[in-house]
Design a protein around this ligand. Structure first.
Ligand SMILES: [Fe+2]
Ligand SMILES: [Fe+2]
Length: 395
């Protein structure tokens, strides 16, 4: 039985069949269960005025709560204002530009030359705009990793992830821009660390670690000299602080660490764990998120970690998944409600051990029961992810 409800009457547990009335031209994928108040908030934000609810599929509130607790990531991702394909063209250029900009800034700072802060500021503002148009495009780009360019890609990724995170938790645009700029500049002090320590293939000993920790001091010092606003310097100064007081450089605890300081700590750790380095293979996003959840609330803000998981999803755009039909796919787009049922591109057969003609598959609508079995990483199957991405995704 179908019944139309005003958006203010929509409750958790209801199954939305379609949109009845909405403002604006934003395309909304609406079918699915409302699993949280955040989902209702997102619908309102998208200009939805009323929805058609399938009353036969309605859950009692307590069941809806159970379903939500089983899968905390099932809240809507940021809606897309333009198509993935269109935004990917912009995101690809931004990604290349970001790496080049990071490189030239590091070179200038390494030679004690002045840096015009207006340039990275304009660049990170463009990142924020891209995330606002369609977050999946730049999120996919964060999975492109090349050997020997860790610092460039890591700083860019932290900026992209913070832009996404800040937008997701509804911070004002100006604050999201400040966060993205903080991410882009957060490890700039590493240029002052000797190469043999910075690029050491393996764990640093205590003495080397003490030297490495100074990158926070060097970074903030350079940024103060460049006239960067206090808020950004403070955020960067806190990216290695931890809530239990065991972080550095000041061993700050709990409330002494700002909201931005807590956010950058989460995002910085997530990107470092998922990165391939010359001495280690990066973990899957899912594993990285599990580690962050385990280390909360001692080291990381539990509420923020949960929101970060909800923001990027258990299977973020650009990550690889193994499907129940023994095929590998790349996640293209989050489902607006169910993060375990994204739109994916299937491209590799595990049984046949060969690439397939890439084909999109919407896991929310498949009828043959194909589902995600687990998150995987390219090296598990000896896949050249960058080559596949450049040849089959960016067209
Ligand atoms: Fe750092
Ligand atoms: Fe970092």
């Amino acid at each position: 039985m179908l019944k139309t409800f005003d958006i203010d009457e929509v409750k958790e547990g209801m199954f939305v069949d379609s949109i009845a009335k909405q403002q604006g031209k934003l395309k909304v994928t609406s079918r699915g269960r409302i699993n949280s108040l955040a989902a209702i908030k997102q619908l309102k934000k998208k200009g939805i005025l009323s929805v058609v609810v399938d009353m036969s599929k309605q859950l009692k509130p307590e069941v809806a709560e159970q379903e939500e607790s089983k899968s905390p990531a099932e809240v809507p991702a940021i809606s897309a204002k333009v198509s993935f394909e269109a935004e990917l063209q912009v995101a690809t250029k931004l990604h290349n530009k970001g790496k080049n900009l990071q490189k030239s800034m590091l070179q200038s700072i390494g030679k004690n030359l002045p840096v015009d802060i207006a340039i990275p500021k304009a660049f990170t503002n463009n990142l924020v705009s891209s995330i606002d148009r369609n977050p999946n495009a730049l999120m996919c780009m964060t999975k492109i990793r090349e050997k020997d360019t860790y610092l460039l890609e890591h700083s860019l990724n932290v900026a992209i992830l913070l832009a996404n995170f800040g937008t997701y938790i509804d911070l004002p645009e100006e604050q999201v821009q400040e966060l993205a700029l903080s991410g882009f500049l957060h490890d700039i002090g590493k240029i002052k660390i000797p190469d043999e320590i910075l690029h050491k293939p393996g764990r640093l000993n205590d003495q080397e670690m003490t030297i490495m920790k100074d990158h926070v001091y060097y970074g903030t010092k350079v940024l103060i000299e460049m006239g960067i606003p206090d808020l950004i310097v403070k955020t960067i100064g806190q990216h290695h602080e931890r809530l239990d007081g065991y972080g550095y450089p000041d061993g700050l605890r709990g409330d002494e660490i700002t909201l931005f300081g807590r956010m950058i700590a989460i995002v910085d750790t997530y990107d470092a764990i998922t990165a391939d380095r010359c001495y280690k293979v990066g973990m899957s996003s899912k594993k990285a998120l599990q580690i962050l959840l385990q280390d909360a609330p001692e080291k990381y803000d539990e509420g923020l970690v949960t929101q970060f998981v909800q923001c990027i999803g258990v299977y973020p755009a650009g990550s690889l998944v193994k499907l129940s039909n023994e095929k590998i796919a790349m996640v293209l787009k989050q489902h607006p409600v169910h993060s375990t049922k994204p739109l994916v591109k299937v491209f590799y057969s595990i049984r046949g051990n060969h690439y397939l003609e890439p084909k999109e598959l919407d896991l929310a609508t498949v009828v043959n029961g194909v589902k995600i079995v687990d998150a995987v990483i390219a090296s598990d199957f000896k896949l050249d992810f960058n080559k596949y991405f450049n040849e089959s995704i960016v067209v």
